[in-house]
Design a binder for this molecule. Sequence first.
Ligand SMILES: NS(=O)(=O)N=C1NCCCN1
Ligand SMILES: [Zn+2]
Length: 251
Amino acid sequence: LHPPWGYSKDIGPDTWHKNYPFAKGDNQSPVELNTDAIHQDPILLPWFTSYDPGASKTLLNNGKTCKVVFDDTFDRSVLRGGPLPGIYRLRQLHFHWGSTDNQGSEHIVDGARYAAELHLVHWYSKYSNYAEALRQNDGVTVVAVFLEVNTKGLFSIFSQGKEIPFQKFDPSILFPKSRGYWTYYGSFTTPPFEECVTWILLREPIIVSADQMTKLRSLSCKAANEPHCPLVDNCRPPQPLNYRMVRASIQ
Ligand SMILES: NS(=O)(=O)N=C1NCCCN1
Ligand SMILES: [Zn+2]
């Protein structure tokens, strides 16, 4: 059962805990990052991806975000290294963005909100499937890129439910030059908020044109036959860091 949730006042972040009890856990995401308090950890290794462009399947507006879904039936598009214990399979990527350029990201860096935040969701392929991985505290890793993203091809997914083929797409083109990252243990930022995520936040943002943001902001959170309702500010407020440490890679 998936009770309705969203980002509007009536079903927004302050109501989510009623139907999704994990929302009040001690290891929730996103968090505010205070870079003065972040510990540089020399043993953090570089991370590597090997993404197969043929694995990208569709681009979808599901009314909550715009996402690209990948074939994750075998180790086809994978991430390894960094803080990770093994090989993680890319399952989907999606965005969170604001109604204006000074908000929209979920993680906040020294008080700064970016216009958008890209999440690449991967699951540990030693587990038999994604649902099993969600039940493990090392089951998932999300690579977050602070960016105003290049959104070619969004034109045809204006309304919720619209899905178009999206083949031959290699998401590593969305990575910044520098591979430096912050990492901490947390949760999904949308229901049901499982605390199964090793977050890898790339320190260098990607900058793209304002008109690309306009395209993201023109998506609707309603189906084609309903009045347009702008899909914007689909970001969860920051949650308590509690006793967690955020670590930084050296380079
Ligand atoms: N914004 S997030 O933390 O990636 N949240 C997710 N929820 C379920 C599907 C994958 N991602
Ligand atoms: Zn996300």
